[in-house]
Design a protein around this ligand. Sequence first.
Ligand code: KIV
Length: 271
Amino acid sequence: MSQHKQVKRVTTNTLLKMKAAGEKIAMLTAYDYSFARLIDEAGIDVILVGDSASNVMAGHETTLPITLDQMIYHAQSVIRGINHCLVIVDLPFGTYQSNSDNALASAIRIMKETGAHAVKLEGGAEVAESIKRIVSAGIPVMGHLGLTPQSIYKFGTYNVRAKEIAEADKLKEDALILQEAGCFGLVLEKIPAILAEAVTASLQIPTIGIGAGAGCDGQVLVMHDMLGINREFKPRFLRQYLQLHEQISEAVGNYVKDVKNKNFPLKEESY
Ligand code: KIV
């Protein structure tokens, strides 16, 4: 008999059904065991092991430097913490753009070495061939359109994308191409709400928005941002549910004071 606990797991099919039923999908990033466990227990549908780990975990300015080995380390840690949610892992920059063999090999490493359930990659028509190869190997793929941070040096800024008709039309086409290539869902990042709503209506697969308005089938935020760990990063689309920066600073300040004043540990905290 299986030793596995009987938990109802979220799958890519669950997300399709949620779209069809009009039930919104809640997704957050996580990069380690402790937070993955916490947010899984709190009821999140999907965890994205995002390459935003490059920013919030490693302190890089962009997502470009993070490696496949580092993403695999983060994903392995997340997988140990979860019981219920779907876990998607970003293919990092440089591990899928060169050709579809490279893309498939990178996706296989993630699936084999981490136990994650799906991969995500950025781009439109130009990555469709790679998506088809990965999907044909039985690996679910999520697409990512709009502001794709791995292309930051092409864009030059983190401003809203696809405000002009030509870019909006290309994005609409790309969304259909990605669906056709076999994606089970799409992230839409920092595009006008009206465009995200139109794309969402044109697809059978769910869209997950970040800075893309309320018309998407679900929402994603970077966990560190929504918990207010970084005081400086406050774009319009971000709702901070906590101000952890202040709370952690205060807690650490109190601890330092107690140690210096010989107020910690007390007798009852000693053996
Ligand atoms: O890496 C990431 O965190 C992401 C989300 C912002 C969608 O791709």
